[in-house]
Design a protein around this ligand. Structure first.
Ligand SMILES: *[C@@H]1O[C@H](CO)[C@@H](O)[C@H](O)[C@H]1NC(C)=O
Ligand SMILES: *[C@@H]1O[C@H](CO)[C@@H](O)[C@H](O)[C@H]1NC(C)=O
Length: 478
């Protein structure tokens, strides 16, 4: 049996607080000035702004003398044309930002010493004209690389070789016109998001992209792409979201997206699209939910191409040149649509049965068209699911046909302020040569009667009350 004092001693030893943990502590403020330091949960947060390389270098020397985890090192708005070799030697930096700091050169050995800890690197808004491949090559824990707003003109073969863990790469707003076939070699296993938007691409860099079999989101908006063709997106078999907005596409040819079986969202707005092939969306049947075609030159709803898209929820056709909506415009795919935007077109008449199968529609925007009449018969099939309808800026004529709108609005009262503002929708009373708010049409004076044989109730209510009943039911169902 051990003597009592030995046990006592053990208890005392165990009860003693553990060796004080290397709690993170900022250096004395003047030792790193003009940089500042604060302590964050996971390490230090160091900020250096509006200063010069020599001051930054001095602050790094101070930080080096007492090793700490630097969770954020943020260098912004500085005069730091060059990241010299070994500037971060001996430091443990997890997130590094060098933003808006005239940076043009990243020397080969400037980042290698922090490569096994760095997870995010942001060198946005600088003067980098090439991808500094050899200085990146040891960043083998990097998850996010942001090179937005630089002056890169080309992405050459193996530009990112070594960045095996990279998940997000953004090159938005550079001057890239060339992407070599093996530009993204080494990124194929992990890369999930790639932003090539705001560059000078004239075609889809098909060969380079084809390696990226795990890519989920690809952004190529705001380039100068004039055409896309079958095979352009081959290989991108995990893609969920594709952004081609604000390019110069004139048509969407057959089968062009046929490899993108998991695509959920497709953005094509702001192009010059006049023609969409009947087979343009082949391959997208099972997953496409969001389709943006606004700001193009379509003359009609591309119904034949859309029909197979039986999961489509959000269809945006605003600012086109659609004059006419056919009776079968939404046949086959209308069931799943919740959002339909036809704002800023030239539609002058709605099809009598055209909205019949828009059974899930919640938002309908018809603002700024050429509609004179929006008859209740046309709207009736969708009124019970509709939450937002915008018919402003149409040359509406005040007639009994429009009574549904007033009733529908009063049903919404106090529910949606934005919707209430739409009460400013006006119509013209032809015989009085004046305008009325549609919500305040003088229905008595207009002698409006419910059309016989229409509606679920055969009692001779006036139509507004009938519609209010509709809304009450719909509201209860929400
Ligand atoms: C970039 O930094 C300079 C100082 O070097 C500053 O004057 C300028 O406002 C900054 N620009 C932006 C967009 O932050
Ligand atoms: C819209 O189409 C009409 C003919 O259908 C044409 O006269 C007009 O120029 C087109 N407008 C635009 C903006 O393309």
């Amino acid at each position: 049996m051990l003597p009592r004092w030995v046990l006592w001693c053990c208890v005392v030893l165990l009860a003693r607080p553990a060796h004080p943990q290397g709690a993170q502590q900022c250096p004395a403020p003047n030792a790193i000035a003009p940089c500042t330091c604060s302590v964050k949960k996971n390490g230090l947060d160091i900020l250096c702004e509006f200063t010069e390389q020599q001051h930054i270098q001095k602050a790094m020397n101070t930080l080096r003398s007492k090793p700490m985890i630097i969770f954020y090192l943020k260098l912004r708005h500085n005069n730091l044309a060059k990241l010299p070799s070994y500037i971060f030697l001996g430091l443990d930096i997890r997130h590094l930002t060098v933003h808006n700091s005239t940076l043009a050169v990243i020397e080969d050995s400037s980042l290698s010493s922090i490569g096994n800890k760095l997870t995010q690197l942001d060198v946005s808004q600088n003067r980098l004209a090439t991808i500094p491949t050899s200085s990146f090559t040891h960043l083998n824990h990097l998850l996010i690389l942001n090179m937005n707003h630089n002056k890169v003109t080309a992405v050459h073969n193996k530009a990112f070789l070594g960045l095996d863990t990279l998940e997000i790469l953004t090159l938005y707003e550079n001057k890239i016109s060339v992407v070599d076939g093996e530009a993204f070699k080494g990124l194929e296993k992990k890369l999930k998001r790639l932003n090539l938007g705001g560059n000078e691409l004239t075609a889809v860099p098909q060969k380079a992209l084809a390696l990226l079999e795990n890519l989920k989101k690809l952004e190529m908006q705001e380039n100068r792409i004039t055409s896309i063709s079958e095979g352009d997106f081959a290989g991108l078999r995990s893609l969920d979201s594709l952004g081609l907005a604000h390019n110069q596409l004139r048509e969407v040819p057959a089968q062009v997206f046929s490899h993108l079986n998991f695509l959920n969202s497709l953005e094509l707005e702001g192009n010059l699209i006049q023609r969409i092939d009947e087979k343009a969306f082949v391959g997208l049947e099972e997953n496409l939910q969001y389709l943006r075609l606004g700001d193009n030159r379509l003359h009609e709803i591309p119904s034949e191409a859309l029909r197979p898209l039986h999961r489509l929820r959000h269809l945006d056709l605003r600012s086109n040149n659609i004059t006419y909506i056919s009776e079968d415009a939404f046949t086959g795919y209308g069931d799943s649509i919740t959002f339909l935007n036809l704002q800023k077109n030239m539609v002058h008449q709605l099809p009598t049965m055209g909205f019949d199968n828009l059974n899930s529609l919640e938002t309908l925007n018809l603002q700024n068209n050429k509609l004179q009449h929006i008859p209740e018969e046309i709207m009736e099939p969708i009124l019970d699911t509709l939450r937002v309808v915008d018919i402003m800026d149409n040359p509406l004529i005040c007639d009994c046909d429009l009574a549904w709108y007033e009733a529908w609005l009063s049903g919404l009262r106090d529910r949606d302020d934005e919707m209430m503002q739409k009460k400013r929708t006006v119509c013209t009373m032809v015989n009085e040569h004046r305008e009325y708010s549609v919500a305040k049409m003088p229905l008595e004076k207009m002698n409006c009667k419910r059309k016989p044989g229409y509606g679920p109730s055969s009692a001779s209510n006036t139509c507004p009350i009938l519609v209010i009943n509709f809304i009450v039911l719909a509201t209860r169902g929400l």
